[in-house]
Design a protein around this ligand. Sequence first.
Ligand code: C2E
Ligand code: MG
Ligand code: MG
Ligand code: MG
Length: 280
Amino acid sequence: NASEALRYAKDKLRHNYYFFNQDLGKAQVRRREIKATIEEALSDDGFEIFYQPQFITGTDKIFGMEALVRLKNNIAGPGEFIPVAEENMSIIKIDRVVTHKTIKQIGEWLEKGYNVPSVSINFSNLQLSDRGYPNYVFEKLSSYNIDPSYIVIEITESSFLTTSSATTDYFNQFTEGGIRLSIDDYGTGYSSLSYLNRLPFSCLKIDQSLIRTEPTKENLFMIEKIVEIAHSRHYKVVAEGVETSQQEEFLKSIGCDATQGFMRGKPMRAEDIEKILART
Ligand code: C2E
Ligand code: MG
Ligand code: MG
Ligand code: MG
């Protein structure tokens, strides 16, 4: 009857509300835990850098590598802790740590006599408010006596969707000093072509979601066109998330310059990268 139905509905609501609240609570506790871990890691040398190799497509010749931050205690991966770090701007401090450690590492590899390719560092769009960052990079480079051509800064679309002249000036500081710029995660956002003209990029990275999508005619055609347009602008093209030899073969057939993916190399510690550097 009606009153029974009403009681049932109320109970159900109360029940759902309870679980809804519990989930919210859990997410909040987790965020607080990660925030505390980040603070600790910043004051206690709790970050380490993994490097993922990029290979000239279809070969085991190294093309470059990407620096990817990790928590030494491994409580969370960057996919989870970077967004939390962006909430309270500690990303700015983290990316200075990543930059410093990476440049120091390049110095150590060079000192050991390795032929070191360029190393990409990720740039969070929140770092645009870190006006001193470009200078910081150049200071670290000169203090370790490293040529700026070893560094590539990876920028995602969201950083230059609203390119004001201030943003352009910001990024131009890198290129004027000899640091190259790369477009990261291409194919996830608006993938507008117009902004490609606004900044002097030297490389474009095709996002893994595109690489791993179903290899339909349309999708393959789109990837082929991206490579074609990038090449017409003299950018190198790196495909991300390459996991199978079919993907690699296709990328080779359309002239994609390099691949970065689990198939040929996962992100790894500096000493494991040395085994790859030793081959060349
Ligand atoms: P990203 O810049 O697009 O980096 C590539 C991500 O794809 C890395 O995840 C890498 O491990 C993963 N990946 C590469 N190849 C494959 C593959 O074949 N299969 C699969 N499933 N994944 C692959 P990671 O290291 O977990 O980083 C995630 C994201 O976190 C990065 O995406 C980047 O946006 C951000 N991030 C990582 N390190 C830093 C950093 O030092 N600073 C900033 N600001 N962001 C960072
Ligand atoms: Mg990246
Ligand atoms: Mg990225
Ligand atoms: Mg990417």
